[in-house]
Design a protein around this ligand. Sequence first.
Ligand code: NOJ
Ligand code: NOJ
Length: 421
Amino acid sequence: MNLIILLFCSTLLWANIPTKHEQFQRSLDIVISNSTRPDVMKGMIVASPSKSSPNYYYDWVRDTALTMRSLIDYYEKTKDSNIKQMIFNWVQAEIYRQNIPTLTGLGEPKFNVDGSGFSGPWGRPQNDGPALRALSLIKFSRILLTEGDQDYVIKFLYHGVLPADSVIKKDLEYVAHHWKDQSFDLWEEEKGLHFYTLIAQHVALQEGSLLAKELGDLGASHFYDHESKLIGRFIKLNFNDSSIGIKASIDRSAVLGYKNSLIDIAPLLALLHTSPYQRLYKLNDEFILKYIDTLKREFLYVFPINKVKSVPGIGLGRYPEDRYDGYETSGEGNPWFLSTIALAEYYCLMEKEKKKKTSHELKNLSQMIEAQFDRVIFHSDKQGHLSEQFNKSNGFMQGAPDLTWSHNSFMTAYMRCDFLN
Ligand code: NOJ
Ligand code: NOJ
């Protein structure tokens, strides 16, 4: 009898697992909800609605730039006017916070929800922020230009004067003059020079140069292009690694002390977050292929949940030595949703890039893509909620609930895989 009930319940459970499409819709709703909280400055986004253990009730420049990038891509596909209004609100919030005094100026990583700079101790500056913000805004400018709204672009987004008085140009000037400086990595833990940050800076300047040219700011266009190329050369010289493929950081000064392998999901995120503009590395570059293999092998090894045969795909985390369990750094690292779905997105981009694939290769890719999506949904609560992490042994979610970045990563992967019609 019990067995029958059990069978019945598990059938029900399976029947209720959301489809990818349903998860996409839930993620979109949750992103919108985290971006329009009544007690938060208009246009700003909380990293998670959680106000304690952990307190993620702040706006991080990086998380927000990436979230807006998915909404901008979504707007491009759907022309949804409510989403467009959200993007306009965000632009105004960025203009506001670029112009208030903060501890490190444009490198400041996180803000209070009333729009003021967070002034407690933190890993600062984090110089990926301005580059990511510029990239999202450049994308939005291009859309507005094709819609014929050059006035808005020049008034708020890119205006070719110095000192800069528009949001993109301020960011590009900052990036062009500070890329050689050490800053904290995207995990906010180590100070140094990072593949992730440099790729974002390289691509932001490359695309910024094109926009500047289009808008007649020729001297700046030349300067941004020049700096972008210098960064590109610097990356290729310093980050390729014959044993792990790509290393995450060099020249580290503030270090955790236990992050030794330099294997990190961050380089993969760098390629995805700058797609389709990034051209320094092909996705099938020999170093990238080696690096992706290294990532898979390492995370397979460190997370017991990956050895359970009945669950498809593979859960990936930030880096193998991670000790941040979503609450504190004295714990053990886990797989993260945003890292796990990143691998699906990578395979989707691979699928598009190599036209001359055998049908066998294509079938393999599409199976691996499905497996990563299934893996994410499997560890969700099956109601569309995604926290930051899922436990490496029992698979249950932990860390910040409804992390905005988990949801917008799902959205971006879904759209880049061409699943949204
Ligand atoms: C919060 C940071 O964002 C996270 O990356 C870090 O691991 C923990 N604090 C511990 O420092
Ligand atoms: C911790 C992550 O390490 C960092 O990258 C992120 O910006 C913050 N949490 C907020 O989500």
